[in-house]
Design a protein around this ligand. Structure first.
Ligand code: CU
Length: 141
């Protein structure tokens, strides 16, 4: 019986620490048509919350590790929250400002298996240049 109780305590410790380790990262929409965090590195199970600090922006996913189940597109000026459960790289844009380079990357679980999909996407000239910079930032971490 004593062993069982000990096992229970050990197991609850691991369960609680797992929950405690799931982080939430905050990203704001900024007045210069960008995201306050352009490249976010998170663990599997972490959450990102986008805050409408500046008006006229949203979050629309273009590429992710599961192209058949990209996170939902958010409404303009709305707080948006996504839990990332699949490892890989995610590319998102602001629908009104994507063509002028308002994009962001999320790297989940330090996993780059689908990076080629992101490199191959067709974007405007300005946005392609931003994307190349963000990929360099992502890989340099
Ligand atoms: Cu925008």
């Amino acid at each position: 019986m004593h062993k069982l109780v000990t096992l229970f305590y050990v197991m609850s410790f691991f369960l609680i620490s797992k929950v405690a380790l799931a982080d939430t990262v905050q990203i704001n929409f900024t007045g210069d048509d960008s995201y306050s965090v352009e490249v976010a590195h998170i663990d599997v199970g972490d959450t990102i919350e986008w805050y409408p600090e500046d008006e006229g922006h949203n979050v629309e996913f273009l590429v992710g590790p599961n192209m058949n189940a990209l996170p939902a597109k958010s409404k303009l000026n709305a707080l948006h929250s996504v839990v990332f459960k699949i490892p890989g790289v995610y590319l998102y844009q602001c629908t009104p400002h994507g063509n002028s380079g308002m994009i962001g990357l999320v790297v989940v679980g330090n996993n780059y298996h689908n990076l080629e999909d992101i490199k191959n996407i067709q974007l405007s000239r300005a946005t392609t240049s931003v994307l190349q910079r963000l990929i360099r930032v992502a890989l340099s971490k």
